[in-house]
Design a protein around this ligand. Structure first.
Ligand code: SF4
Length: 250
């Protein structure tokens, strides 16, 4: 399987879930390499923003920023070996993130089966952009899907970022929670429209403030918290940003 590389190994680390329903819960994170989208503000662009690809990124404007060499940011590893690495943390929850993990469902399923052979109660969450339909086996194996459909602010055509059949699937699944980063009232209008189109229950929609620093979060969190209170959405802070900024591997 193709994972993101961190140092000399795969990007697997023990931390706290920083967002959403299980915010604050200890978990092992494992980051898949590769994504089918190319959000302009993506904070894990080492999973897809490779040399010779045409996608723009907001970091393009930073002095010295360059697209990634695929071989330098990818770590190929057998799924059973990944299971052993995760088991070593002795933590009962794993969060499979990316990139887009659902591009490698068979490999992650193998990892999950190996891991559960040792820890049958191990819980798995998946962070997904909501464009890929899980296979029946994969859906059954996962305890929680954190689905983050991308809004206009990701700077991609709607036909790429919103896949109606996949969103309908997740809307029907009792394992799905829908997570949106909201930076403006326009973002909020899009969330309302998606909720209406796909009949998403308000209680399963989680809104998070935009920000890569505590100061930025502080600016948008109070406004968004009031929106959630008044409209019945769930609010989530971004704990990992407050604790560790946007540092990788924590
Ligand atoms: S879907 Fe997620 S990983 Fe993929 S480009 Fe967008 S933010 Fe990045």
């Amino acid at each position: 399987m193709k994972l993101a590389k961190l140092g000399d190994g795969p990007e697997i680390f023990h931390t706290l879930q920083g967002e959403g329903l299980s915010c604050g819960v200890p978990a092992v994170f494992i980051r898949a390499s590769r994504c089918n989208l190319h959000c302009i503000w993506c904070d894990t662009d080492h999973t897809w923003n490779f040399e010779k690809t045409p996608w723009p990124h907001e970091k393009d404007a930073l002095p010295g920023y360059a697209k990634h060499q695929k071989s330098e940011v990818t770590f190929e590893i057998d799924p059973t070996a990944v299971a052993q690495l995760i088991l070593a943390y002795q933590c009962p929850r794993t969060i499979i993130t990316g990139g887009e993990p659902l591009l490698q469902q068979a490999e992650f399923l193998q990892m999950i089966h190996t891991l559960r052979a040792h820890q049958p109660e191990h819980q798995f969450e998946v962070e997904t952009n909501g464009t890929q339909i899980p296979s029946p086996d994969f859906h059954q194996a996962i305890d929680q899907f954190n689905v983050s459909p991308k809004l206009t602010n990701a700077a991609m055509p709607e036909s790429l970022r919103l896949h109606p059949q996949a969103l309908e699937f997740f809307a029907r699944s009792h394992k799905s929670w829908f997570k949106f980063v909201v930076a403006s009232p326009a973002d909020l209008d899009e969330v309302h429209a998606l909720a209406t189109t796909y009949s998403l229950a308000k209680q399963r929609i989680i809104l998070m403030p935009e920000g890569r620093t505590t100061e930025e979060l502080d600016q948008s969190a109070p406004w968004l918290a009031e929106v959630c209170r008044d409209l019945g959405y769930r609010f989530s802070d971004r704990l990992h940003i407050r604790l560790w900024g946007d540092k990788r591997g924590v």
